[in-house]
Design a protein. Structure first.
Length: 330
């Protein structure tokens, strides 16, 4: 753990030093204060749309387990989950969803765990077809990209995720059985074993309910809304430099942004992904033909503003949730 934290810090500091050797705080301030307001508004609308469809997906999954939480409360939980997901490496912060829906929405722990697991896997499944489509349509425009290798890798990842989805109840059940056979009398381990066993049953319910196609469609909309919002905000920053909507390739831009998002999700990324996100963005945007300075400037400005936007919504959601009384599960 200590080694991972140290490695993460070294990478983040090294990358940020490289980035800020090309730009300064004044450049960032000028870029953000000159952002195109029309595209900024569209970014905000798409961002909220993404969260609304996350709510719809969770409602669908929780309904299978017999829970119908308040839509407004669940929306607040999703905003809080978005904040924590971006804040911690490897998206570990998204686990706060389980805590909040059990404490504030009265959902049982097994139902919360199963809905989280399914949403997480479908999020991963949904992004793969988008990457494949972008590779087919636009990867040839990016130098040094082996599209055939990436297509093969994407197809393999998609297959593995589908297999994981198919056997997820068995994986939960097998893990619970291993903990049970260990014979431990440690209370928290016993509780994990019980939760995994009950969650496996909830996952089986979801599998039998025949809702996977709907969940996949909602997950695709979530992903499209997310990456569309990030793309639109990139345009909001670039337009002040004379780069308009017809001057950039959508597919290649998506791959560049997706790469930065993936890098920020790695366990070695820093807090809020700072460092890994900027470094990957710079490399990808230079491959798209942007200058080193503009690639660095958009990397920091884009990441900084989108994080502040998400944190503002998330903090507000946490404040409101804290003021709401807890609900007991049924």
């Amino acid at each position: 753990m200590k080694l991972r934290i140290a490695l993460s810090a070294v990478i983040s500091i090294a990358v940020l030093y490289l980035v800020f050797s090309r730009i300064d705080a004044g450049d960032i301030y000028r870029m953000l204060t000159s952002v195109d307001k029309r595209f900024l508004l569209v970014f905000m609308l798409l961002s909220v749309t993404m969260s609304l469809f996350r709510v719809w997906r969770y409602l669908l999954l929780l309904d299978i387990s017999g829970f119908r939480p308040s839509k407004i409360r669940l929306f607040l939980v999703v905003l809080a989950r978005n904040l924590c997901s971006d804040l911690l490496p490897a998206r570990l912060g998204s686990l706060v969803y389980i805590l909040l829906v059990t404490l504030k929405l009265g959902v049982s722990l097994p139902a919360a765990t199963s809905s989280f697991a399914l949403a997480f896997i479908f999020d991963l499944i949904a992004v793969v077809p988008l990457v494949i489509a972008a590779l087919i349509l636009g990867a040839s425009r990016i130098e040094a990209i082996n599209s055939h290798m990436l297509l093969a890798a994407s197809g393999t990842v998609l297959l593995l995720l589908v297999i994981l989805l198919k056997f997820l109840p068995q994986i939960f059940g097998a893990t619970a059985a291993v903990l049970s056979r260990s014979g431990t009398d440690i209370l928290w381990i016993q509780r994990i074993q019980q939760t995994l066993t009950a969650s496996a049953e909830e996952l089986k319910k979801a599998s039998r309910a025949g809702v996977y196609l709907k969940v996949l469609l909602l997950s695709l909309i979530v992903r499209v809304s997310k990456y569309a919002s990030l793309y639109v905000f990139a345009l909001a920053l670039l337009i002040q430099h004379g780069i308009g909507i017809f001057d950039v390739n959508v597919e290649s831009m998506f791959l560049a942004i997706c790469s930065a998002e993936f890098a920020a999700s790695l366990p070695v990324s820093g807090i809020a992904g700072f460092g890994a996100y900027e470094g990957t963005w710079m490399v990808a945007f230079k491959m798209l033909g942007f200058s080193s300075k503009l690639a660095a400037l958009t990397a920091v400005s884009h990441h900084l503003f989108t994080q502040l936007w998400g944190y503002s919504l998330g903090v507000l959601a946490f404040i409101i949730l804290a003021a709401l009384p807890a609900k007991k599960d049924k």
